[in-house]
Design a protein around this ligand. Structure first.
Ligand SMILES: [Ca+2]
Ligand SMILES: [Ca+2]
Ligand SMILES: [Ca+2]
Ligand SMILES: [Ca+2]
Length: 430
């Protein structure tokens, strides 16, 4: 039986709504123009083609259906999924609480502090076995604090506590944080903790998690760049050498040939991506062997992909911008996963509700969650609306989107936090 009696809200389940295509110009001409027109710092804002929508004609295809369940409403914008109690069923953490499957009973994790008009201190969270005792703990970031804490899973039979034991792991020295990532940047199987900051003067740094034999965990700090961060971040191989690079608002950092922690990384200011999403995605969309970028403006309208072209003779990378969708704002988070069961991942995003407390463009638009199905042969994205609701009354994407098959029906569900509530969007499939 599915969870979802209480708190299940009616919503608009839509499928196959519109196809969005970008009409691509002659690549040779575009590359020439880019090389000719743009100086050393390549800003690839080359407007591409028309933005066209057409109704899909195939009305007989079975429609994929989605169902929204509200778990809680507060201003928390971080979320994580993992099997906290070890019963084999994925559970959810979201800010002050965790939700125990299968009925998603709300239980406490920690207290968050409020600030501003409508913020809670948490800007992101990750489930990871910090102390190596076999159960998942919560590692969390904050908007304003330089101190990073993790919260210890109290273990089966001990979940009626007021809060999980808290441990300080590091003082990063950086406030003004946008989001954090737990990501294995060097590919050794252990993830690193990496902060993205909107303050461009902040360092970009990687914290390696070091586990002691006694269950203690410490970090080792590695500086990518002493001063140079900026809104938005993603990880992947830009240079094509097989090592992951870091892309952010003002370009990318190239991982040293001798390894992630061998020294400072080389900075390339090859593009600017204003208020880029967290994460921005690095994928070879068109299969030409060069990784491309997918990003949204986290505080205004616009979802784009940047096609990586052949590098310029002077060594700078070259890019062509393609518009994916300009009809929604605040796509602050992106996910890349297979939600339609065709074996290929889709681009999942939506609107963050009340970024900057409602002062962002489109703050009062309807709030949506949607996915885009990429067709490499035609270079087009088919937009599928998953849910839509009046501003503040349905699922938004907050600062993190988690995609996971929670109920084991073979279709991946989507869980999202945000100031319009923490929601499960159940994927009922076709
Ligand atoms: Ca569980
Ligand atoms: Ca643990
Ligand atoms: Ca490519
Ligand atoms: Ca798919």
């Amino acid at each position: 039986m599915r969870p979802g009696g209480l708190g299940t809200t009616k919503f608009h389940a839509l499928a196959n709504v519109a196809r969005i295509s970008t009409i691509q110009p002659n690549p040779n001409i575009t590359a020439m123009k880019l090389n000719y027109l743009l100086p050393a710092v390549l800003i690839s804002t080359f407007a591409v083609g028309a933005f066209a929508q057409e109704k899909r004609n195939n009305k007989n295809a079975p429609k994929q259906t989605w169902r929204v369940q509200l778990l809680h409403k507060d201003n928390n914008e971080g979320i994580a999924v993992g099997d906290i109690d070890g019963d084999g069923k994925p559970d959810i953490t979201a800010g002050e609480f965790w939700y125990q499957a299968p009925d998603f009973k709300q239980r406490p994790v920690r207290a968050l502090t409020a600030f501003g008009d409508d913020y809670l201190s948490n800007n992101s969270e990750h489930l990871y076995d910090m102390d190596g005792d076999g159960d998942l703990d919560v590692l969390a970031g904050t908007f304003k604090e330089t101190l990073v804490n993790w919260y210890e899973n109290p273990g089966v039979g001990n979940y009626d506590v007021e809060a999980w034991p808290v441990h300080r792991i590091v003082d990063t020295g950086t406030a003004h944080n946008e989001a954090t990532f737990l990501h294995d940047i060097d590919g050794d199987g252990t993830p690193e903790f990496i902060e993205n900051s909107w303050n461009v003067k902040n360092p970009t740094q990687i914290f390696r998690l070091i586990k002691g034999d006694d269950g203690s965990v410490t970090v080792e700090r590695h500086v990518v760049c002493e001063s140079g961060n900026g809104h938005g971040m993603g990880f992947g191989d830009i240079s094509g050498d097989g090592k992951q690079d870091i892309v952010f608002q003002a370009g990318w950092y190239e991982q040293p040939a001798a390894g992630a922690f061998s020294g400072p990384w080389t900075y390339h200011h090859d593009f600017d991506l204003p208020h880029a999403s967290c994460p921005l995605l690095i994928q070879d969309l068109n299969g030409d062997g060069r990784n491309d970028l997918i990003w949204a403006d986290g505080h205004s309208y616009g979802l784009y992909w940047h096609e990586q072209l052949e590098s310029r003779p002077d060594g700078l990378t070259a890019w062509r911008q393609h518009l994916i969708d300009k009809k929604f704002s605040q796509g602050h988070a992106l996910a890349w996963d297979d939600v339609d069961n065709d074996g290929e991942p889709e681009l999942i995003t939506g609107k963050r509700f009340h970024g900057h407390s409602g002062r962002d463009s489109g703050a009062h638009d309807d709030i949506t969650v949607q996915y885009y199905d990429w067709a490499p042969k035609t270079g087009t994205w088919a937009k599928h609306l998953i849910s839509t609701a009046p501003a503040g009354e349905g699922p938004g994407i907050g600062l993190q989107i988690r995609v996971h098959d929670l109920d084991g029906n073979g279709w991946k569900d989507i869980v999202v936090p945000g100031k319009s509530g923490t929601h499960i969007i159940w994927n009922d499939g076709r």
